[in-house]
Design a binder for this molecule. Sequence first.
Ligand code: IVH
Length: 680
Amino acid sequence: MASSDTAARAGELRQQIEHHNVRYHQLDDPEISDAEYDALVRELRAIEEAHPEFVTADSPTQTVGAAPDTSTFAPVRHRQPMMSLDNAFSFEELQAWGKRMERHISGAVDFVCELKIDGVAMSVTYENGLYTRAATRGDGVVGEDVTANVATIAAVPERLALKGSRLPSVLEVRGEVYMPLSAFEHLNQKRGEAGLRLFANPRNSAAGSLRQKDPKITASRELSFFAYQVGEIEGGSQLHHHSEALDLLRDAGLPVNPEIRAVGSLEDVDGFCRNWLEHRHDLNYEIDGVVVKVDDLAQRAELGTTSKAPRWAIAYKFPPEEATTVLKDIMVSIGRTGKATPFAMLEPVRVSGSTVQLATLHNEDQVRVKDVRPGDTVTVRKAGDVIPEVVGPVLSKRPVGTEPWNFPSSCPICGSPLVRLEGESDTFCTNAECPGQRDQRIVHFASRGAMDIDGLGERTVMLLTTNGLVADVGDIYSLGYADVIALEGFADISVRNLLDAIERSKQRPLANLLVGLGIRHVGGRGAEVLASAFGHLDDIVKASEDSLAAAEGVGPVIAASVRQFFSLERNRAVVAKLRTAGVNFQGPAPSQLEQTLAGAAIVVTGTLRGYSRAEAVEAIKARGGTSPASVSKKTAYLVAGDDAGGAKLTRAADLGVPVLDEEGFRGLLATGIPTGSGAP
Ligand code: IVH
């Protein structure tokens, strides 16, 4: 690029970044995702590094946040500037930063790893132990006075719990005000019901809740706070390490995040980040990365700061889970219960490592409240394992002439009227013969949590039903080689694989079969309870509503639903077909095993030689234990086979959860006490 073009591009980037700073910091209404914003800053920084002559003092690479909104809140000049953090966008960049620290510092470096809470940075000041002021970061030098609003946050104490010489005369605490996920969901649900605009994410709703003229509104928003840094401090004990500062904050009664760890090596920093990348959604608050800080305050002084950020800390940012793209159309899909779900057809976009083209819009009210329209640029988000969802439109990019979208009045598949019951948010196709519903019932039957028939996905099911080969789940077992080979896209090997998978499914446990039948309200847990209480499908089919409800763990809702399901002739006909095909109807024999693991949560990871994963889980359950997917404080043991994932082991080590190898596991099963334990 010619030098004049580069200068022009830098100017353009500066303007764009400033625009987005205002949208994010002042209006709490960003137009682009954090990752897209970070990409703009990175591009500008790269230009400035290559051409230092283009750097301006007011470039967003040199400044923090956005100017405070002093028309609503009084300005507060920070006693020490509130700085930003430099980012690392990969484990490699983070390690490179760590190595730089180790090179620049004489002596060993200890690090403190903290979760990067996705909220609003706050400075909270205590004088002689009493809460006196809270201010936002603003542009880092001057922030907004939100003392009255922050005073309503229960997690921020009015008085510090420090006494005598430990009590500083001035203690300025830096931390993050955030909205717990449960509070965010609750708030948006209430806003949706009231027809108000929904908040896009917990960070925006925390920022919006703080920026209220009336503290009563802030008080109603269930905000919380984590303290992560000592700012100005006068008096009290001398601090030499950040970890000591965190202890002081904790002793003072301030909430310090319980996941913070002091570590002695870059390897441990890496382990911490990898673990939280995997477990970021296990928390009741959003985190967008990990902040790594040098622990020793003398070393920090040696490293110093740039105009914008300290050199002794870095934010490792998780890969993005949000992106913007164009919504091409809104369609409605029909589920196995007839539920009509609107979904967005998107211009393909990468989010969290996968390409997203479809995203759910949940129901009619959600589309109305979000007011997304075909042609809009929308924000798409993926959280954890859930299906991607459309967060909302970017209004500033809405093309002229778009119309609000209306929910269709008839089923897009069978044309029957769509019905929405009074007081319910969902709309249904009421035609039980609807081919859309039928196909989804079959897909569900074949799914992993049910009969686990590999290869029987939506596309194949549609081929089978439209060719008249399968009309319900019972027909799957009558399929022969000649039927399948005639279908488009099938060859000898794929036909054999499918038929083998169908054959194997006949041996699935009764609980899986019950899940597969798709009885309303009967999920995995309900199915297991029914299977072990009755022991045979025929006994469940025959059972009266009262005897179903009398079984331990089966409530009246499940009982009524099961009864209703098997009272229908067409469902009994399916059961007859399954019987003829030789599908297993028998439940587990009532457990003869001693309940040596009653109530114990045992997580299994890696490959065990003597057990498949399902068998290991089965063995735990048969002895009264449970086997959750991830390690938590409640985990009694982690069983780690060969090639066990590092993240689970790290987390177990962090939480002090004992790790067993296969031999230890066998001992545990036999006696309830591990033998020969030890990590593999
Ligand atoms: S330390 C000079 N620690 O991230 C160091 N910041 O992108 C100041 N944040 O403005 C920040 N969790 O709002 C620090 N454990 C943590 C944090 C954290 C979240 C936020 C904070 C800061 C922003 C920088």
